[in-house]
Design a protein around this ligand. Structure first.
Ligand code: BGC
Length: 744
């Protein structure tokens, strides 16, 4: 394989090498056989494209490949990429939802299904998994994230990478994964998309980098750089993190692509004019330039003259620039060789059959049920099939929002809306009413207009809408309220100052509650929303996210007991929208302090009393689960020893249950302040009614290692002897504790 690459390298001209670094969007694409002269066609004709993303059909991709081969003196093929973030044609729940399943086989299965669908359309690489840990509900792209915890996100990264890549990226039905966005894109200052992430090196190493380490260890073939700066240095020019950490410390030798015009955006970031930022990006380790075409425009001259940019502290001779071009080009060609494209330029493009859509629907439905989190249930759910149901709210009949953000190849006609899903399951159509518009807030409405979409709204007054909802409610035994946010309200460039369920939705639920009928509320959303008094007003509460083509069907299965809820939050649901960033892994402060300083508590002066914060890991089922007391095989251990933590879990209910047993730890005395608790392991098990099972967790000293990093370069992972605590339970709050001492 490498010999093939070297043969090509030896024959290629400088211009041909630079052409390989150019990554373009398909746009309108090409029509087979047509002699079109679009900007893309002209680039293909002159051998100035290395890869294309966003092809909408196999025929179009093949047309581009044919044209590229004709335009390339050495017949070097393109590879094709796509944003397959949570499914391709078959849209699965949002990643933040899927991570709430804590079911790694399910994550792998959905990725494998998406890979096969994408591969059948000639796609070789997917811009996924997105593995940006995020603790900020204001950040719209939290929708694409596996949540707030580095361990859960790392396991998600491994499962998704395996699902996409299988045994190798050249295999049929598989694609190359692209871990993104490198790095700390989920921690922008103030939750503002694209903003600098100001964080300690310790946080970078312990929270944001581990999912990348895990994905790379699972063999991910490529990585995408993030738009943001980390501690002031934009990632597309971040040599210490890309060349230093990713390529150096982690030993990654695969392909690094820029994000969309990410190289060009270094100029408005303040890093200099085009020639300077191109040199900086190439030097930082960005192999391919997506869409901006700055490599194409600037590298020929840089390779002749070199660059002297004292303002950037950089100076490269022409030969150094040519060397860097060679390195990047070699990586592109090696990637193509691993995909099998250097042996057969139409590899993966012969139109293999897509996996069955009906299998995909089944998987999507199961995934939706598994991703939904039951937050409250005062003996309301599951609903008996004969119950008269009123279904109220703007998502009762909704199709388009169910797909969620970043479903670029999805079709909302594939969604079975909630009213139809309930009718199909129970045999009876619920009485439906609109109840409330999706948003009563100007800025949210404006957001929808920016996207130029038509969101169904009802021009009647709020009083009229509520009156109609109450009519429907009076004719029923139970009210299901389908609430939430539109898909445009989460996603890229959709940061929100106030991530909360709109007040009008809360007013509707209060009015419904006044009928005395039980209210089951469902929240369809792309981010963790503060729920106001909904946890108190509703009798049952399901957090269903945007669940993909079978989202509403998965929810219907839970409502009527065809499936049991098993989702557990992968993000904390804030009690108040201002409570951000928020996570279970908060660090302790010096206060509360015992005695007379007790009033100086860490907290919010203006936080109304009685609001519910749902903790990370939280979720209910239909069967009660009893946790036995945990015990340790030894309470003192040498760091080289493994200690076993045992406990018994029992399903004391009448129905099967899926339980996720979570193990947290704390390290009360360390060299620096550490999180009050952090997740170290979890296990998921299915328990039949009445079944009890013993679980064994292996405890190792390395689970307590943490970074101490006065600078990135001087970072050191350490672990200390002494007392640690282990907390085991059904979520990050309700745990039992045992203590262990590591001897030195
Ligand atoms: C996003 C990436 C995406 C790329 C290509 C960018 O705006 O940040 O996640 O892969 O566009 O569509």
């Amino acid at each position: 394989m490498q010999a093939q690459v070297e043969r090509l390298m030896a024959e290629m001209t400088l211009a041909e090498k630079i052409g390989q670094l150019n990554l373009l969007a398909a746009g309108e694409g090409l029509v087979t056989g047509a002699a079109q002269s679009t900007p893309l066609a002209r680039r293909l004709d002159s051998g100035e494209v290395g890869a294309i993303f966003g092809t909408k059909s196999l025929a179009s991709a093949r047309a581009m490949q044919e044209r590229a081969l004709e335009g390339s003196r050495l017949r070097i093929p393109l590879f094709f990429a796509e944003d397959v973030i949570h499914g391709h044609r078959t849209v699965f729940p949002l990643p933040v939802a899927l991570a709430c399943s804590w079911d790694l086989d399910l994550v792998e299965d959905t990725a494998a299904f998406a890979a096969a669908e994408a591969a059948s359309e000639g796609i070789h690489q997917v811009y996924a998994p997105m593995i940006d840990v995020s603790r900020d509900p204001r950040w719209g792209r939290i929708a694409e994230s596996p949540g707030e915890d580095p361990l859960l996100a790392s396991r998600f990264a491994v499962a998704a990478t395996r699902g996409f890549q299988g045994g190798g990226i050249g295999e049929p039905d598989r694609v190359a994964a692209c871990l993104k966005h490198f790095v700390a894109y989920g921690a922008p200052d103030s939750g503002r998309d694209y903003d600098n992430a100001s964080l300690s090196w310790e946080d970078l190493l312990a929270i944001y980098l581990p999912p990348f380490t895990a994905g790379l260890q699972a063999g991910a073939a490529s990585v995408m750089a993030a738009f943001n700066a980390v501690n002031k240095l934009p990632m597309h020019a971040n040599a210490p993190l890309i060349q230093g950490w990713l390529r150096g410390t982690s030993g990654f030798n695969g392909l690094v692509v820029s994000d969309y015009t990410g190289v060009k955006e270094l100029t408005p970031h303040g890093l200099g004019p085009a020639a300077v930022v191109v040199a900086r990006a190439l030097h930082a380790g960005i192999d391919m330039d997506m869409v901006g075409e700055d490599y194409l425009a600037e590298l020929p001259a840089l390779a002749e003259t070199g660059l002297d940019a004292p303002e950037a502290g950089l100076s490269f001779g022409a030969s150094r620039i040519r060397e860097m071009i060679d390195t990047a080009c070699r990586r592109v060609l090696t990637f193509k060789a691993s995909l099998g494209l250097l042996d057969d330029p139409f590899h993966g493009m012969s139109g293999t059959a897509a996996p069955s859509r009906s299998d995909g629907r089944k998987l999507a439905r199961r995934a939706a049920a598994r991703s939904t989190v039951l937050l409250k249930n005062d003996n309301v759910l599951p609903i008996a099939q004969s119950t008269r149901v009123a279904l109220v709210g703007p998502f009762a009949r909704d199709r388009r929002n169910m797909l969620g953000t970043w479903a670029v190849s999805g079709n909302w006609d594939d969604v079975v809306p909630l009213d139809a899903a309930i009718t199909a399951l129970t045999g009876t159509a619920p009485a439906t009413a609109w109840g409330v518009n999706i948003t009563d807030r100007d800025w949210l409405a404006a957001r929808l207009n920016v996207h130029g979409v038509t969101v169904e709204t009802d021009p009647r007054s709020e009083d009229e809408l509520i009156a109609e909802a109450l009519d429907a409610a009076r004719q029923s035994d139970i009210i299901i309220a389908a609430l939430g946010e539109a898909k445009e309200h989460a996603g890229e460039s959709s940061s929100a100052l106030s991530p909360a369920l709109p007040e009008a939705h809360l007013r509707l639920v209060r009015a419904l509650k006044a009928t005395g009928k039980p209210v089951a509320a469902i929240v369809f959303a792309g981010r963790p929303l503060a729920l106001g008094d909904l946890p108190e007003t509703a009798d049952a509460l399901l957090y269903a996210w945007h669940g993909g083509i079978a989202g509403p069907e998965g929810v219907a299965d839970l409502l009527f007991g065809a499936a049991a809820p098993s989702g557990r939050l992968c993000v904390t649901l804030p009690a108040h929208p201002g409570e951000t960033p928020v996570s279970h892994a908060e660090e302790p402060t010096g206060r509360p302090f015992p005695g007379r300083f007790a009033k100086f508590r860490t907290g919010w002066l203006d936080m109304p009393d009685g609001l519910t914060r749902y903790p990370f890991g939280f979720g209910l089922g239909y069967a009660p689960i009893r946790y036995g007391a945990p015990s340790l095989s030894s309470t003192v251990a040498d760091v080289s020893q493994k200690v076993l933590l045992r406990l018994t879990i029992e399903n004391t209910g009448q129905t099967e249950a899926i339980e996720t047993v979570q193990l947290y730890a704390s390290d009360p005395v360390a060299r620096i302040t550490r999180p009050a608790r952090f997740l170290v392991d979890f296990k998921q098990l299915t328990l039949s009614p009445g079944e009890a099972r013993e679980l064994v967790f292996e405890i190792r000293a390395d689970q307590f290692a943490y970074p101490v990093a006065p600078s990135l370069e001087s970072a050191e992972w350490v672990r200390d002897p002494g007392l640690v605590q282990l907390h085991v339970g059904p979520n990050s709050r309700d745990t039992d504790t045992v203590e262990l001492t590591w001897s030195s």
